[in-house]
Design a binder for this molecule. Sequence first.
Ligand code: FES
Length: 107
Amino acid sequence: MPRITFIEPDGTVRTVEAAHDESAMQAAKRNGIDGIIGECGGSCICATCHCHVDQAWLTRVGPAGDIEADVLEFEATDVRPESRLACQIPITDALAGLVLHVVGRSR
Ligand code: FES
């Protein structure tokens, strides 16, 4: 199972195992990562799973899709070029070692 690391809003570093093909949001929720709420259950409408992708992983993770970018624009705070919604990042072996900085709840 790929391991991914979340940096919680208070700076706590937590590395968890993600099941294949679950989203980063699901892995975070299953492991009680602080700041990942996942209010919409992964439907890409709430932005309560907003993270900043670590710079070292930007290319591999890729940018937000059009709908995701709209949700970030209208629902999230502290939006940056590296912003992604964790529910829209399916975890695969290629993302083993991924680092996500949790932004926290949307406004
Ligand atoms: S869980 Fe709602 S947008 Fe990700």
